[in-house]
Ligand binder design. Structure first.
Ligand SMILES: C=C1C[C@]23C[C@@]1(O)CC[C@H]2[C@@]12CC[C@H](O)[C@@](C)(C(=O)O1)[C@H]2[C@@H]3C(=O)O
Ligand SMILES: O=C(O)CCC(=O)C(=O)O
Ligand SMILES: [Fe+2]
Length: 329
C-alpha cells in the first residue's frame, strides 16, 4: 500500500465561490477602553459568538516580533520544518488537521500551554541558533494575550452580573488550566490564484474551549457562520484581536452564548498567518451552566461533564462535527 506523506491538493475540498462573499460590515467591535464594554461584549457573544476587540493593551511590537519569527519558520525548507512534526497532537503539521482525516491548505505549529509557570511544548526547531528569538517572542506574546483573555472574561462576568467577578477568568488563569496555541500559515498558491477558486484552508468547526483569541496578518480568508446559517467574511485587521466563543462558554451560559462556527478559505493570492490562543479550563473542571445565570425553573440543556471528558470526545470527532451534540439533554 502506498501512503502519501501529505494529501494531494485534490483531496482538499474546493469551496464554490459565494454569491454573497462580501465582507460582513457588522462584525461587532468592542473598545475595551470605553464605558459599557462589558455589556457590549455580552451582546456580541449572544448575537454572534464572535467579536473584534480594540484598545486591548497588547503591545504591537510583541505581536510583530512573534509574527516575524513565525514567517521565518514557515520559510524554512520542508525537511527542516518536519523535524518538529508530526503534530500528534503538538508539533508541526502540514495539510492534515487533527487525528481523524481532516485536511486543509494550511501548515501549522501547535503548542500545548501550561499555566503556572507559563510554558509551552518544546520542539526541535527551537534548539536551532536561527530560532533563538522564537521562544522569547512566543513567551512575551502568550503572557500579553493571556492577560487580554482574562480581562475579556472578567468583563463578560461583569456584563452577566456573575459573582465573584473572577469566576470565569479564574478558569483560564488557574494553575491547572489547559491552553493551546496555534500558528497557522496558509501559503500563497499561484495555481489557486490562476484558477480563481477557493479551497478549504481550515474547515468549518467550533472551538471546544472557553474562548479563543485570534489575530492574523492583513490577509482575508476567515469566515464565520451567522445564526441564520449564512457565511460572512471577516475583514482582516492586523492590529486587533478577535474573540471566538467556544463550546465550554456556550455550556457555562446554558446556550445564551453560542460557540461560533468558523472556517478559513484559501484563495492563494496572498499568504495568511494567524495566531490563535485557545483557553481551556483545568482538566478536572466541571463544565455546567452557572447557577447564577439560570432563570427561575430553567433546566440545564447539557449533561454534566469535565473538560478532560470533553477533550477526549473532541479528539475522537471530525473537525466539522457538532461536538456538543452528545452532551445535550
Ligand atoms: C479534527 C480535530 C482537530 C482538532 C481536534 C479534532 O479532533 C476536533 C477539534 C479540533 C480543534 C479545533 C480548534 C483548534 O484548532 C484545535 C487545536 C482544538 O482544540 O480543537 C483543533 C484540534 C487539532 O487541530 O488538534
Ligand atoms: O487560522 C485562522 O484564522 C483560524 C483557524 C482556526 O479557527 C483554528 O485554528 O481553530
Ligand atoms: Fe477555530
Amino acid at each position: 500500500m502506498v501512503v502519501l506523506a501529505n494529501p494531494a491538493l485534490d483531496e482538499i475540498p474546493l469551496v464554490r465561490p459565494q454569491k454573497h462573499g462580501a465582507f460582513f460590515s457588522a462584525i461587532p467591535v468592542v473598545d475595551l477602553s470605553r464605558p459599557f464594554s462589558a455589556e457590549a461584549l455580552v451582546k456580541a457573544c449572544e448575537d454572534v459568538g464572535f467579536v473584534k476587540v480594540i484598545n486591548h493593551n497588547v503591545p504591537m511590537d510583541v505581536v510583530q516580533r512573534l509574527e516575524a519569527e513565525t514567517v521565518k519558520f514557515f520559510e524554512m525548507p520542508q525537511v527542516f520544518k518536519e523535524t518538529s512534526g508530526p503534530a500528534d497532537p503538538f508539533g508541526y503539521g502540514n495539510k492534515r488537521i487533527g487525528p481523524n482525516g481532516d485536511v486543509g491548505l494550511v501548515e501549522y505549529l501547535l503548542f500545548g500551554i501550561t499555566s503556572k509557570p507559563l510554558s509551552y511544548t518544546s520542539m526541535s526547531f527551537l534548539e536551532e541558533p536561527s530560532a533563538c528569538l522564537f521562544g522569547p517572542a512566543l513567551s512575551e506574546y502568550l503572557v500579553a494575550v493571556k492577560k487580554l483573555a482574562s480581562d475579556v472574561l472578567e468583563l463578560i462576568a461583569e456584563g452577566l452580573k456573575i459573582e465573584p467577578r473572577d469566576l470565569l477568568n479564574g478558569l483560564v488563569t488557574d494553575e491547572q488550566s489547559d491552553g493551546l496555541f496555534r500558528l497557522n500559515h496558509y501559503p500563497r498558491c499561484p495555481l489557486l490564484e490562476r484558477l480563481d477558486r477557493s479551497w478549504t484552508g481550515f474547515g468549518e468547526h467550533t472551538d471546544p474551549q472557553i474562548i479563543s483569541v485570534l489575530r492574523s496578518n492583513n490577509t482575508t480568508g476567515l469566515q464565520i457562520s451567522l445564526k441564520n446559517g449564512s457565511w460572512v467574511s471577516v475583514p482582516p485587521d492586523q492590529e486587533s484581536f478577535f474573540i471566538v466563543v467556544g463550546d465550554c462558554l456556550q455550556v457555562l451560559t446554558n446556550g445564551r452564548f453560542k460557540s461560533v462556527r468558523h472556517r478559513v478559505l484559501a484563495n492563494g493570492c496572498k499568504s495568511r498567518v494567524s495566531m490563535i490562543y485557545f483557553f481551556g479550563p483545568p482538566p478536572a473542571g466541571k463544565i455546567a451552566p452557572l447557577s447564577q445565570l439560570m432563570g427561575e425553573g430553567e433546566q440545564s440543556k447539557y449533561k454534566e461533564f469535565t473538560w478532560a471528558e470533553y477533550k477526549k470526545a473532541a479528539y475522537k470527532s471530525r473537525l466539522g462535527d457538532n461536538r456538543l451534540g452528545q452532551f445535550e439533554k
